[in-house]
Design a binder for this molecule. Structure first.
Ligand code: NAD
Length: 254
């Protein structure tokens, strides 16, 4: 018996980072999972880890930017587990560059993977949530929706767009039992930031910046972010809808 027992959840970007951390926690809390990612090997490794722990999951390998992937994920949830209760739209990419050098194709790709994906997933998931008499949608935005830096042109735009999409779904569907919230993580210990540290010459170079930006003084772990997602996914947050939750060690307050 867990906080998500008898619930079915789709998690995108589940092969790594925040998505993987959340998949493990949701499995521990009794959820049946559909894990979506473009990285097939890593996705299968996470699925194997969950099954070893006694959890139940199925995988969909594909890009969240495509309608086909949304259709497949929702259909698999219904055919395997009979219903869909939770959607964690979390996959994202972060190519950076000055607007003058930023390729139009890169802009389109970032908006497709980070934002359009959520529109597509919600479009397919909401009808099933209505059949299940309600549901919870959590969309991963970022502290960078509001506090940007040079070079985050498309990333910040996509993450700010997520806030608008989230609020629109909340005002349209909360009355029908479907809640929708966005989360805004700050610095989190994931592959994305390990890669960033490598490009700067190591974690030692990145840590002074983190200390200055995030009063917590360190990165959050993926598990720590997952606890906040768990709250929003579970019935404990039954009156929370249309909110944008900072999970950033006070970065946005500083
Ligand atoms: P990550 O790179 O560890 O994980 C992202 C996952 O998304 C990967 O498994 C990747 O394969 C998958 N993915 C990428 N493109 C995809 C596509 N087209 N279709 C399906 N899957 C795809 O990064 P993370 O830090 O865990 O990022 C998760 C989310 O959190 C992202 O939306 C990111 O923008 C957001 N975020 C991260 C931080 C941070 O500090 N790490 C902070 C704020 C917000």
């Amino acid at each position: 018996q867990g906080r998500l027992s008898s619930k079915t959840a789709i998690i995108t970007g589940a092969a790594s980072g925040i998505g993987k951390g959340t998949a493990l926690l949701f499995a521990e809390e009794g959820a049946n999972l559909i894990l979506v990612d473009i990285s097939e090997d890593k996705l299968n490794e996470v699925a194997a880890e969950i099954r070893e722990l006694g959890g139940s999951c199925e995988v969909v390998c594909g890009s969240v930017g495509l309608m086909k992937t949304a259709e497949e994920a929702v259909a698999l949830a219904v055919s395997t587990y009979g219903k869909l209760d939770i959607l964690f739209n979390n996959a994202g990419i972060m190519p950076v560059g000055d607007i003058l050098d930023y390729a139009e194709e890169t802009w389109d790709q970032v908006l497709q993977v980070n934002l359009k994906s959520m529109f597509l997933m919600c479009k397919k998931a909401i009808p099933e949530m209505l059949k299940a008499n309600g549901g919870s949608i959590i969309n991963t935005s970022s502290v960078m929706a509001n506090l940007t830096e040079p070079g985050y042109t498309a990333y910040s735009a996509s993450k700010a767009g997520i806030i608008g999409l989230t609020k629109e779904i909340a005002v349209s569907y909360t009355e029908k039992g479907i809640r929708c919230n966005s989360i805004a993580p700050g610095w989190v210990e994931t592959d994305m930031n390990v890669k960033l540290a490598d490009s700067m010459g190591g974690m030692d170079k990145l840590y002074p910046i983190i200390k200055q930006q995030q009063p917590l003084g360190r990165m959050a772990t993926t598990r720590e972010v997952a606890y906040a997602v768990l709250f929003l996914a579970s019935d404990e947050s039954i009156v929370v809808s249309g909110s944008h939750l900072a999970i950033d060690g006070a970065a946005s307050a500083a």
